[in-house]
Design a protein. Structure first.
Length: 239
C-alpha cells in the first residue's frame, strides 16, 4: 500500500536563510562572490576596466527599479527606495556619493580611461554570455515573484553581512590600496571608492533582502523558486 507522505512543508525562515547561505559557501568553497583580480601593471588594470564597460555591462539599475515597482509591502518598499537612492546616487537627494555607475567610472578614470572612451565602449554590443545573463535577470525581476526578486540580492550582497567575508573584503581593499600606490595611482580614494562603498552599503541591502525572504518566502513553492533563482545567480558570478 502506498504511503501518503503529504505535501512538502516550508522551511522556517531562519533555517531557510541558513540554507541559502550554505548554498553560497558550498558553491564558492569559502571564496568571495566577486573576488578582486590582481594585476601586475597599470595597463593590465586599464584593459580590464575597459572590458567591464563594453555594452554598458553594469546593468544593475535596470532591475532595481523593477523590484521597487512590483513590491506591495509599504515598509519594504520604503527600504527599497533607500536602496535605489544608494544605487542611483545619494547626490540625487543632495548628499553623499554619486551613482554606482559613476563610481565605476571613477575607478576607470584613475587608470587613464576617459569618460569619452567609456561612452563609446558602452555603445558597443554586449558579449553573448553577458547578454543572456542580463536578459534573464531583468525579465526575472520584472515578471517573477517580487519577493524572490528582492531576495536574490542575497547572492552578492548577503556575503557582506558575514563577518569572515567582510574581513576578506577589507583585506582585499587594503591590498589593492598598496598595489595601486606602488603603481603610482595618485587618486586612491576614487580608484577604490566603488569597492569601499559596496563593502559597506551592501550590508544594509542584505538586511532588506533577509527581511523580505523571512516575511514572504514562506511556502514550499516560493522557497523552491527562490532556491532555483539563487543557484542560477551563483553560477553567473563571473558577470
Amino acid at each position: 500500500m502506498a504511503v501518503d507522505v503529504g505535501a512538502p512543508e516550508a522551511v522556517p525562515p531562519a533555517e531557510f536563510l541558513e540554507e541559502l547561505e550554505g548554498l553560497r559557501k558550498t558553491h564558492l568553497r569559502g571564496g568571495l562572490y566577486r573576488p578582486q583580480t590582481h594585476y601586475k601593471t597599470k595597463e593590465e588594470i586599464a584593459a580590464a576596466k575597459r572590458k567591464r564597460h563594453v555594452g554598458n555591462g553594469n546593468q544593475n539599475h535596470k532591475f532595481v527599479g523593477e523590484k521597487y515597482l512590483n513590491c506591495p509591502d509599504k515598509e519594504i518598499r520604503r527600504l527599497h527606495l533607500r536602496k535605489m537612492i544608494d544605487e542611483g546616487g545619494q547626490t540625487t537627494v543632495g548628499v553623499g556619493l554619486p551613482s554606482h555607475p559613476r563610481l565605476l567610472r571613477w575607478e576607470s578614470n584613475a587608470f587613464g580611461v576617459t569618460d569619452e572612451e567609456i561612452d563609446q565602449l558602452e555603445k558597443e554590443d554586449l558579449p553573448p554570455d553577458m547578454l543572456l545573463w542580463q536578459c534573464w535577470r531583468t525579465r526575472a525581476h520584472r515578471e517573477g515573484n517580487w519577493a524572490v526578486a528582492i531576495g536574490c540580492s542575497l547572492v552578492g550582497e548577503g556575503e557582506k553581512i558575514q563577518p569572515e567575508a567582510q574581513q576578506k573584503l577589507q583585506r582585499e581593499i587594503e591590498d589593492l590600496k598598496r598595489e595601486y600606490a606602488a603603481l603610482g595611482i595618485e587618486d586612491l580614494d576614487r580608484a577604490l571608492a566603488n569597492a569601499i562603498e559596496h563593502a559597506s552599503v551592501d550590508v544594509h541591502h542584505a538586511k532588506l533582502a533577509m527581511k523580505t525572504v523571512s516575511r514572504y518566502i514562506t511556502t514550499p513553492e516560493l522557497q523552491d523558486e527562490m532556491r532555483k533563482a539563487y543557484v542560477l545567480t551563483l553560477h553567473m558570478r563571473g558577470f
